[in-house]
Design a protein around this ligand. Structure first.
Ligand code: A3P
Length: 290
């Protein structure tokens, strides 16, 4: 049975999680007042959003670097489409950091002044698929897939929150000249976190001294974040969004190429065929394994 509508809300052709979506809020998002020094992390789900939220928090908030700050990740870097227009988040002092999974055509118009910065993180879609499969099994707000085959079909049909992966990345990339945007690859961050942090901080015009770079890199590794309750959204998992079981965390494996342990040869070949047909003229490269 197709339960898509029970779990997802279709807003102007884009699927969001029904239980957390608020249409009044969404309708006003295009007019959301963007400040010149705002920074937006934009991702397709399961592409490294929390990782980028952690890195940007560490770059911007010294208290986070020296572990004196107790602010939740979601309060440091709230999601634009999940309650940000609430006064609490709108009125935060600059510089404000936001996260979003929105497609380019639903983004606040103010982003087109090209002053506010966007960090777009992308990840090879086979690892996104597997990460998303596990996440969907864990979270009450998402439909639990029967198996990988079932989920892969939905993913390749765009019947998941975030809609079609191909459209998301293509849309943002093809419209990149309208925004002040840096594209970063999850796998490059994994390969060389230090260089990635430097590249991000330079794009954000936030030069860090040597000691700060060390602190950011150290606290943004998977090994550190895996045991950091804030990075794992523990509060929310316990209270608001809810897990199906006591097990599971936002930070699951954090590796490149996990898809090889899950996809059959046939599923992989089918995925490749679709990827080729949809992305053959796409200039960004992907890393499928390290
Ligand atoms: P896995 O499920 O493959 O482990 P998002 O934040 O967009 O939901 O993405 C979640 C994915 O990013 C998860 O992937 C998670 O483990 C991974 N991730 C989060 N922090 C990471 C880090 N510091 N290093 C590598 N991967 C990280």
């Amino acid at each position: 049975m197709d339960n898509t509508d029970a779990y997802l809300l279709n807003f102007k052709g884009y699927y969001l999680i029904r239980s957390t979506a608020n249409t009044d809020l969404l309708k006003n998002l295009e007019e959301f007042e963007v400040r010149h020094d705002d920074v937006f992390i934009v991702t397709y789900p399961k592409s490294g959003t929390v990782w980028a939220q952690q890195i940007l928090s560490l770059i911007y908030f010294e208290g986070h670097r020296n572990r004196t700050e107790t602010v939740e990740t979601l309060d440091r870097v709230p999601f634009l489409e999940h309650g940000v227009p609430k006064m609490k988040h709108q009125k935060r002092p600059s510089p404000r950091l936001f996260a979003s999974h929105l497609p380019y055509y639903l983004a606040p118009k103010g982003l087109k002044n090209k002053k506010a910065k966007i960090l777009y993180i992308y990840r090879n879609p086979k690892d996104v698929l597997i990460s998303y499969f596990h996440f969907s099994n864990m979270m009450v707000m998402l439909e639990a897939p029967e198996n990988i085959e079932d989920f892969m079909k939905k993913f390749l049909d765009g019947k998941v929150s975030g809609s079609l992966w191909f459209d998301h990345i293509r849309g943002w990339y093809e419209h990149r000249h309208e925004f002040n945007i840096l594209f970063m690859m999850y796998e490059e961050m994994k390969k060389d976190l230090r260089s990635s942090v430097l590249k991000i901080s330079s794009f954000l015009e936030r030069e860090l001294n040597e000691e700060d770079v060390e602190a950011v890199v150290k606290q943004a590794t998977f090994e550190n974040m895996k045991f950091d309750p804030q990075a794992n959204y523990e509060q929310i998992l316990k209270h608001d969004l809810g897990r199906r079981t006591d097990e599971g965390s936002f930070l699951r494996k954090g590796t490149v190429g996990d898809w090889k342990h899950h996809l059959t040869v046939e599923q992989n070949e089918r995925f490749d065929r679709i990827f080729q047909s949809k992305m053959k003229d796409f200039p960004l490269k992907f890393i499928w394994d390290l």
